[in-house]
Design a protein around this ligand. Structure first.
Ligand code: ATP
Ligand code: MG
Length: 346
């Protein structure tokens, strides 16, 4: 925890919040960077709140039926990855209206200059930013609201979300400063493990994303064994054998990516992986990685299929989670608006 956050956060109960957009099928990147760690966090004695951020998903076009299906499928992926809806609060964002309300308040705290520096907007809006939705631009204020609505102190995310959590801290700090209060904590991004940024299998400079147009760029949690093996076999790599030391991966983004994926799946360090495979070519390493990936992902995908056979069970879980989230969120939203000078008389 950073020095300046420590005294402030000491006044808050440790609480974890994180979310995933139901903007498509989930990937190996989402699993290693987020889901797997979300499940592990339940064993650390800290309250865990996990959210399917459907309001974020609609910042780019979503077919309504696909959004509904993706939301249920993402919920199934959480549960199949070990997130227990009894030990954690698991819900979809749009069922707790306080997210949108606090986001509006934060739209009035965050500065345009801050938004202009956000790399995700630039990446997703592309060259035609004039045609991007206003929601895509305002996305970071909604994300700050998601986190601060629960006074969360820790946010497990992949490396790509670091800038957003930093902006959340800026919004909290400006709110506290402007209203002369210490109402919001300064949430810490938790970016841990061997695969905090899983890269595309087609391009080692781009992160693996569920919204990438190329299906070959990613491994989906629902891919079958043959598809996983084929995608790994076709993953772009260089012709050199794997090095024995981590330093040897410095300028080899694609090789480093596959080693990191192996390490994260096997709960090893990249150094241990190189200890085993250093000197070997990809002809040997790729099949070993494919076998490991299938062994780890097949049970998750089977469980997702089982859960998706009964969407009403998933909907009940999300409804119950939303009720529990709402109980925490409403008083914090109410107090925020009161601090800002709004009358709360009902
Ligand atoms: P989209 O392309 O729609 O933004 P995404 O794959 O980036 O989808 P998000 O819903 O934006 O997924 O992110 C959910 C979580 O997964 C975040 O914590 C994010 O940091 C993590 N994550 C996403 N992609 C990766 C990746 N390639 N490696 C590690 N973590 C990732
Ligand atoms: Mg993303």
């Amino acid at each position: 925890m950073s020095e300046q956050a420590q005294p402030l956060n000491a006044n808050f109960k440790p609480r974890i919040f994180s979310g995933i957009q139901p903007s498509g099928g989930l990937t190996l990147g989402n699993y290693l960077g987020a889901l797997k760690r979300f499940a592990q966090k339940q064993d650390e004695g800290i309250e865990t709140i996990y959210c399917l951020v459907d309001l974020h998903a609609i910042t780019v076009w979503q077919e309504p039926e696909a959004l509904r299906r993706n939301t249920r499928e993402a919920a199934a992926a959480f549960i199949a990855s070990g997130v227990d809806p009894k030990r954690s609060i698991l819900f979809n964002q749009s069922q707790v209206s306080a997210h949108a309300e606090l986001a509006w308040a934060f739209n009035c705290v965050a500065r345009l200059g801050w938004m202009n520096r956000m790399t995700q907007f630039k990446d997703k809006a592309g060259k035609n930013a004039e045609k991007a939705s206003l929601g895509l631009y305002a996305y970071p204020a909604l994300m700050a609201a998601d986190i601060l609505l629960y006074h969360a102190t820790m946010v497990p995310v992949g490396e790509d979300q670091k800038q957003h959590v930093e902006l959340t801290r800026d919004i909290a700090a400006k709110f506290n400063h402007d209203y002369k209060t210490e109402f919001f904590p300064a949430p810490e991004p938790l970016i841990e493990g061997a695969a905090t940024r899983v890269m595309s299998l087609r391009d080692g400079t781009k992160k693996m994303s569920k919204s990438d147009p190329s299906d070959a760029s990613r491994i989906n949690l629902t891919d079958d064994a043959d598809t996983i093996a084929k995608k790994i076999r076709k993953a772009v790599t260089d012709p050199e054998p794997l090095p024995s030391e981590i330093d040897g991966l410095k300028d080899r983004a694609e090789a480093r990516n596959l080693v990191n994926i192996y390490a994260a799946l096997a709960d090893m360090t990249p150094t241990q992986v190189l200890g085993e495979y250093g000197g070997e070519g990809f002809g040997k390493f790729k099949p070993a990685l494919a076998e490991l990936a299938v062994a780890k992902l097949a049970p998750i995908s089977d469980e997702m299929t089982r859960l998706m056979n009964d969407p009403s069970e998933i909907d009940n879980i999300l409804g119950d989670g939303a009720n529990r989230a709402d109980e925490i969120a409403q008083p914090i939203l109410g107090k925020t608006l009161e601090i800002m000078g709004m009358i709360r008389s009902r």
